[in-house]
Design a binder for this molecule. Structure first.
Ligand SMILES: Nc1ncnc2c1ncn2[C@@H]1O[C@H](COP(=O)(O)OP(=O)(O)OP(=O)(O)O)[C@@H](O)[C@H]1O
Length: 568
């Protein structure tokens, strides 16, 4: 049965392993609040006691005095001052510890959630990943976890304040239970009344805030990610305006939220003062009591009431802030605890090596939203041969490459390796043996060395140079100012298209895969560069299994078999 999800279960799941730390922080928060109250509360009584030692102390100081009678009278002042000092020291030590604990707790949770989210997004089924906006996923994985983790500290603060409020109420109960009950009743009902309205509003605000931030991030990422096209098409203003639209919305909802967030505080204060003034007026005009006498009695409760109401308004304000992050919290929880359509990389047998080759047997495949791309399609890819696939645009050539990579699975028929279904093997072990080079070379903004070694982290210098030689890029790299340590810019902007492609090929080479898939790896290149890359491919023929998808026949003139999809 599916577990019912509410805020409580979401918090519980997300803090698994860190709940004890949360409780510890709560205890420190409460202690810090009490030592602060004790320290501040002691200043005046201690001073007045020092000035008039004869006047007996009342309340807490009276109790303290009783304790101190066990000690010699001549040290009593020193003891009182000592306790006062200890309270302030402790309060400040706890405050410093709390800051450290809060930061550790917040960033630990953020660390866990952020890395899990990114990992899960990277492990999404390919089709699902293609449907998601990268900017949105980035916002979810990087910004939201920190916001939500911070709100957990808000939540703990809220609990600490509640505990303090209950403690104040308990003390007042001892002093005068009737007035305390009335005060508690008023505080509690005003909390309930305001809470319901503001909670619903905060949730709505939280949802809007999340959507706006996701959209803003998406706009930023899309525009910066395609800066060349943005410049070429003159889209700078369009993107600025799109972002501004979101920022305006953000400003509006945040302004409203800030006002409403402190509304309880203002409202309660105004209501409290109005009631006190009202009572005084009433008393004065009716003459039931002597105003001066009554005020003296009310003094204590005015202060106590103010403390309780400030507790209530603090709790309300913090609860609003907390509620506003609940949508983000649910989002993180959904991704971590209800992962959808994740790729299963490890189930299945570990693929070792290929002896005979691959077969596509009566494969039928269509994308979720489209007509069939492949129907009853069969093809053989013998080991250590070059098999070429040609055909018109949209015929399904790249789809074949994606099926071979295990990014998609045939809906009909099957793909076999040495007679066994590809789905028997774990994707992880299979992909280790496949080297894929696409039309768009993906280069990281790092050195040539790091770009090549990404294919096999920890590989030796010799392995790297060997791979670069096969990819026919080694001689060029040596001409770069810092050789292999030259940083190539965003998306390899400092390299030509052909050079980028060869760095990618070197990255694939260093993995030494059994099967190479070149998906139109040369179609964007000039004849000379194409010849270089084709030569690199041909070097592999006879030693490795190659699937070459091409437009130009020149790329595949040495192919052992050619499949023409226009005939399929
Ligand atoms: N992710 C996708 N979702 C839906 N339809 C898709 C997707 N990818 C490709 N298609 C559709 O599947 C068909 C085959 O696409 P594919 O990329 O395999 O063709 P291709 O032969 O490689 O074309 P080209 O030579 O232009 O690269 C096309 O009609 C395309 O619109």
């Amino acid at each position: 049965m599916k577990k019912k999800k509410n805020t409580f279960t979401v918090i519980r799941d997300l803090t698994t392993g860190y709940r004890k730390m949360g409780v510890f922080i709560l205890v420190v928060m409460v202690l810090a609040a009490f030592t602060e109250a004790l320290g501040l509360g002691m200043v005046l009584p201690v001073l007045s006691h020092l000035m008039n030692p004869e006047v007996p102390q009342t309340g807490a100081m009276g109790a303290l005095d009783k304790v101190l009678t066990f000690f010699p009278a001549e040290y009593r002042v020193e003891l009182q001052l000592g306790i006062l000092l200890a309270a302030f020291w402790l309060k400040n030590i706890l405050a410093a510890a709390l800051r450290g604990l809060n930061a550790h707790f917040t960033f630990k949770l953020r660390e866990i959630w952020s890395s899990q989210l990114l990992f899960r997004y990277l492990r999404l089924e390919y089709a699902q990943a293609l449907e998601s906006k990268q900017g949105v996923l980035l916002q979810n994985a990087i910004a939201e976890p920190l916001r939500v983790a911070k709100s957990f500290i808000i939540f703990l603060n809220l609990l600490a304040k509640l505990i303090l409020g209950v403690a104040i109420a308990a003390v007042l109960l001892v002093v005068d239970w009737k007035v305390t009950l009335v005060l508690t009743f008023v505080a509690f009902t005003s909390f309930l009344l305001i809470n319901k309205v503001l909670y619903t509003y905060s949730l709505r605000f939280g949802r809007k805030r999340l959507a706006i931030d996701q959209q803003a991030n998406f706009i930023g990422m899309e525009s910066l990610g395609s800066i060349k096209e943005v410049k070429a098409l003159g889209l700078e203003k369009r993107y600025r305006n799109l972002l501004t639209e979101q920022l305006v919305l953000s400003r509006k909802i945040f302004t409203k939220f800030s006002i409403l967030n402190h509304m309880p505080e203002n409202l309660i204060e105004v209501l409290a003062v109005t009631s006190v003034v009202g009572i005084i007026f009433f008393v004065q005009y009716t003459g039931i009591y002597d105003v001066g006498n009554m005020l003296a009695k009310m003094g204590f409760f005015i202060i106590a009431g103010q403390k309780m109401f400030s507790c209530v308004s603090f709790v309300l304000a913090q609860r609003m802030k907390f509620a506003a992050t609940i949508p983000g919290m649910f989002l993180i929880h959904d991704v971590i605890f209800h992962p959808q359509e994740m790729e299963d990389l490890s189930s299945g047998e570990s693929f070792q090596s290929m002896e005979q080759g691959i077969k596509l047997e009566h494969v039928g495949f269509s994308y979720r939203t489209g007509a069939p791309v492949l129907q009853d399609f069969s093809m053989e890819i013998p080991v250590n041969k070059m098999t070429a696939v040609i055909g018109p645009s949209g015929a399904g050539k790249s789809t074949i490459a994606d099926l071979l990579l295990g990014l998609y699975h045939p809906q009909e028929g099957r793909i076999t390796v040495d007679g066994r279904s590809l789905s028997d093997y774990s994707l992880n072990s299979w992909r280790k043996k496949v080297g894929y080079v696409g039309q768009e070379p993906v280069i990281f903004n790092a050195s040539v060395r790091e770009n090549i070694l990404a294919g096999k982290p920890g590989a030796s210098e010799e392995e790297m140079i060997q791979a670069a030689r096969i990819a026919r890029i080694h001689d060029f790299v040596l001409t770069l100012p810092q050789g292999y340590d030259t940083v190539v810019g965003d998306k390899g902007a400092k390299l030509s298209g052909g050079q980028r492609q060869r760095v990618v090929i070197a990255r694939v080479m260093i993995r030494d895969p059994e099967l190479f898939i070149f998906d139109e790896a040369t179609s964007a290149l000039d004849k000379e560069t194409e010849a270089e890359i084709t030569a690199a491919m041909e070097d592999l023929a006879g030693r490795r299994t190659l699937v070459v998808i091409a437009h130009r026949l020149s790329t595949i003139k040495k192919a052992d078999h050619v499949y023409d999809l226009s005939e399929a």
